[in-house]
Design a protein around this ligand. Structure first.
Ligand SMILES: *[C@@H]1O[C@H](CO)[C@@H](O)[C@H](O)[C@H]1NC(C)=O
Ligand SMILES: *[C@@H]1O[C@H](CO)[C@@H](O)[C@H](O)[C@H]1NC(C)=O
Ligand SMILES: *[C@@H]1O[C@H](CO)[C@@H](O)[C@H](O)[C@H]1NC(C)=O
Length: 202
């Protein structure tokens, strides 16, 4: 019985297809490796340094702690933001600042978005208002004690959404967390403010 030979073409095409696929896979792999090496080289050349923060000046005004333990107060802060990088600039797309006393948030405020060029110092001036903040636990008692002693110890938290820019390349959003503690405020204006350095976490 003469069976027709199975067509030879698919058999010949299969290995060719397979080698084509292998070729594409190798090219893609090589591209990934090359891009990885390029990113690494750029990163090493650029060598990003940590952003530096400090509280340069701070004061407290209009302090009023009512008998019902509600707090009114205005806090003025001058914060120094330094970008020590010579090739990396920073977009601050949102910046939120909170002032805390013994883990209780007293006031929160936001800074307008800004762009920080490389090797730049930007000073952020802002006022945080505590308005009828209900205090709990030992906070009212401790605040009254601090008021009579003339100095109050606070923590300042900053949370920012930032992007880095290197040449034309811009990074994705990252969250920058800044923690300044202890920030010592004097109720009397005649006492100077001692600069507080902040921890920066990216
Ligand atoms: C710090 O702030 C207070 C109150 O706003 C101001 O009187 C004082 O001059 C400031 N000090 C410095 C060194 O800027
Ligand atoms: C503090 O707040 C209370 C309640 O609002 C008010 O009656 C009082 O006059 C305020 N005291 C000062 C010194 O502003
Ligand atoms: C930092 O950058 C801001 C915004 O571009 C600019 O207004 C300011 O003058 C710069 N400061 C310094 C010290 O270069």
């Amino acid at each position: 019985m003469a069976h027709p030979n199975p067509p030879t073409q698919p058999q010949a095409a299969k290995p060719r297809q397979r080698s084509l696929l292998r070729c594409i896979a190798i090219v893609i792999l090589a591209l990934i490796v090359l891009v990885g090496i390029a990113v690494l080289i750029i990163w090493l050349v650029v060598k990003p340094k940590h952003l530096e923060y400090s509280v340069e000046n701070a004061s407290i005004h209009d302090f009023n702690l009512t008998d019902a333990n509600h707090l009114y107060a205005n806090f003025d802060f001058s914060i120094r933001a330094y970008n020590p990088n010579s090739k990396v600039s920073v977009y601050y797309d949102s910046v939120e600042l909170s002032v805390l006393y013994e883990d209780q948030t007293l006031a929160t405020n936001a800074v307008a978005p800004f762009y920080q060029p490389h090797k730049n110092v930007t000073r952020l001036q802002l006022r945080l208002a505590a308005q009828t903040v209900a205090l709990y636990g030992s906070v009212p008692k401790d605040l009254r004690h601090d008021k009579s002693s003339g100095v109050i110890e606070l923590d300042v938290w900053v949370r920012a959404r930032i992007r880095f820019k290197v040449g034309l390349w811009k990074s994705d959003h990252r969250t920058l967390r800044i923690f300044c503690s202890p920030v010592l405020l004097h109720f009397s204006n005649s006492k100077g403010f001692e600069r507080t350095h902040c921890d920066v976490e990216l």
